[in-house]
Structure formats: structure tokens, C-alpha cells
Design a protein around this ligand. Sequence first.
Ligand code: 5GP
Length: 190
Amino acid sequence: MQMLKEAILEKGKAINQDVLLVDSFLNHQVDVKLMQQVGEAFAAYFKDRGITRVITIESSGIAPASFTALAMGLPLVIMKKQTSRIMTGDLLQTTVRSFTKGTSYELTIKREFLVPGEKVLFIDDFLASGEAAFGMLRLAKEAGIEVAGIGIVIEKAFQAGHDRLIGEGIDVYSLARVKSMSENHIEFVD
Ligand code: 5GP
């Protein structure tokens, strides 16, 4: 997606060979026009597949997933990274290791929002090692729902996530695939 690649080149900052900062347009300040395009691109790719819900993980997935859900006319469900006293009832949980923070969190969702037999589309801001996506897949399996596909805004193609997910037969659609990066250089997969 050209507009996204331009934003990454103009505003993204690779702080090293592994981590890309995109907080001026994706996950701190949000370029909503760009997110609208992102949502429409995912909606066009994943149309006509009988998808009933869009799911994401707080907090960085919320902006692209919201615009995707809007473009598809579907509800959005946000998986939580921590529980709270008001989050009670029948919860599904799995431990996920965070790439950016180097820590683990309990990915949590109320069972009522993953209805058995439904098909969901998972949207996230980044795909790196695939740990977050695999956490979501474990909960989907436990809930008895099908994951119709995964939409990623920025995939770091040099990390293992893409191949791991493809190996599970998942349709992964990434709008920008970064081949390599360093402080002054970001290169995309053709
Ligand atoms: P994974 O679970 O695939 O290793 O990592 C995915 C999650 O880690 C994403 O949801 C994203 O929030 C975060 N993440 C991974 N790599 C990056 C990165 O280079 N930059 C930023 N800002 N977040 C990242």
C-alpha cells in the first residue's frame, strides 16, 4: 500500500535493526485518513468470506481494526492484555510474550465475544515473531471459532511470524512488508 509505505519512509524511525517506531502516525498519534485507507484495503481483501467479527489486541491494533470493522460493517472485539476487577465471568486466557517489551502478558477475552461457529478476522499493527497472533489463535481454537485471516499493517518480513502463520495454513495479508532496516534505511519486500 503506497500511502502506508510513504508514511513509514517519511515518519518511521528504525531504532535498531529490529524495532520500528511509528508513533507519529500509527500507535501514539494516529493518522486517521491513513487508517481509513488501511481499513478499506483489509475490507477489500477479506470481503465475501463470511466474516462476522473483527478482533484485535489492545492498544496498538485498535485504530486499524476499528477502521476495518467500519469498512466491513462488522463489530470489533478488543482482546485485553490485562484483567481488571470489572472484567469477570467466563474468560479465555493465554500467556503471550511481548516482542517490544520483552515481558509476558495474559491475553484475555470474554468467551461471550467469541461465539462458536463464527468466523473472525484478526487485525494487528505489527507482525514480528507471531507470538501475539499465535496467542489469538489458541483462544480462537478454545472458543471454537474459525480465523478466516490475519491483516497486518506492518510486517517485519525478516522475523519469523509470517512463515510460522503460513505454516499453519493461515491467510496473512500485510500492507507493508519490511525486508530489512537500520537507522537510516528501510527496505520493503517487492
Ligand atoms: P509478535 O507477537 O509478532 O512478536 O509482535 C507483535 C506485537 O509486538 C505487535 O502487536 C506490536 O504491538 C509489537 N511490535 C512488534 N514489533 C514491533 C516494532 O518494530 N515496533 C512497534 N512499535 N511494535 C512492535
